[in-house]
Design a protein around this ligand. Structure first.
Ligand code: OGA
Ligand code: MN
Length: 223
C-alpha cells in the first residue's frame, strides 16, 4: 500500500538512512563515527545562513559546570555558545534532523535515547577547549555526543581540529578538521576529546542525546 503509515515513516527516514546506518555501524563497532561532509546540505546551509544573521550578543561564554570559577573556566574552554531551542526555522530543521537520527539509532542499537540538547559554538582565533569528556560514568545523562561543523573552505593551516582520543591512555588521538558538514558522533562517557586553537573563527553545533534519567534511576538505582 502506498500511503499507509509504515511506508510514510520509511520514506521520511530513507532520505538519510545511508548516513544513519553508517553512524549506527560506527557506534556499534568502535563507539564513534566520523562522517566527512555528510550533513545534508539543506541542513548545513540553513544553520550556516542562520549563523550569518545572528548577533554576536546572542552568544555567551561557555561554562564547565564550575562557572563560579572563572579562572578555571578560562583555562579549560574559551568558546561562546548559543542554545538551540527551536525558535528559529534553521534550529527547527536541525532539531528535526537530529530527531530522525535519534529514532534510527534507537531502532538499530536500542540505546533508549530520550531527548536532545544542542548549541551553536563559536571559537574565535586562538580559542580552545581542553581535553575533556562530555559525561561522567554513572551519571547516566549524556549518552551520545554529536558535533556538526559549519566552516566552508576550511584549510589544514587554519588548525582548529577536534582531537578524539580512543581512551584515557591515548595521547595521539584522531584529528578531524571542522569542515562544512562534517559530522562526529561518539559515546559521551568513553571518548576524551579537545578542540585545538584555530587561526580563524570556527563554528560548530554540538549536541547530546540523553536517556531519561528519572526513569533510569528508578529502574536501575545506584548500589
Ligand atoms: C563540546 C565539544 C567539540 C567541537 O562542546 O563539548 O567538545 O569540535 N565541542 O566543537
Ligand atoms: Mn565535548
Amino acid at each position: 500500500m502506498l500511503f499507509d503509515s509504515a511506508s510514510n515513516v520509511d520514506t521520511a527516514g530513507s532520505h538519510d538512512s545511508g548516513l544513519f546506518d553508517s553512524i549506527a555501524a560506527g557506534i556499534e563497532s568502535r563507539g564513534y563515527s566520523i562522517n566527512p561532509m555528510a550533513l545534508p546540505p539543506e541542513v548545513a546551509q540553513a544553520l550556516h545562513a542562520h549563523l550569518q544573521e545572528m548577533e554576536m550578543q546572542q552568544f555567551s561564554r561557555a561554562g564547565t559546570g564550575r562557572q563560579q570559577d572563572h579562572v578555571l573556566n578560562d583555562f579549560v574552554r574559551r568558546d561562546e555558545i548559543c542554545w538551540i531551542n527551536g525558535e528559529s526555522p534553521a534550529g527547527r530543521v536541525w532539531l528535526a534532523w537530529a530527531n530522525q537520527l535519534r529514532t534510527h539509532l534507537n531502532r538499530q542499537l536500542m540505546l533508549g535515547l530520550f531527548s536532545f540538547e544542542s548549541h551553536f559554538a563559536h571559537y574565535g582565533p586562538g580559542d580552545f577547549y581542553r581535553r575533556h569528556v562530555d559525561a561522567f560514568r554513572g551519571e547516566a545523562n549524556r549518552v551520545l555526543s554529536l558535533v556538526a561543523y559549519l566552516n566552508p573552505d576550511w584549510q589544514v593551516a587554519d588548525g582548529g581540529e577536534l582531537v578524539l582520543y580512543r581512551d584515557d591512555e591515548d595521547a595521539e588521538g584522531l584529528r578531524v578538521q571542522p569542515s562544512m558538514g562534517t559530522l562526529v558522533t561518539f559515546l559521551s562517557e568513553e571518548f576524551p576529546h579537545e578542540v585545538l586553537p584555530a587561526s580563524r573563527d570556527r563554528y560548530s553545533v554540538a549536541g547530546w542525546f540523553r536517556v531519561n534519567t528519572s526513569v533510569s534511576t528508578r529502574v536501575d538505582p545506584p548500589l
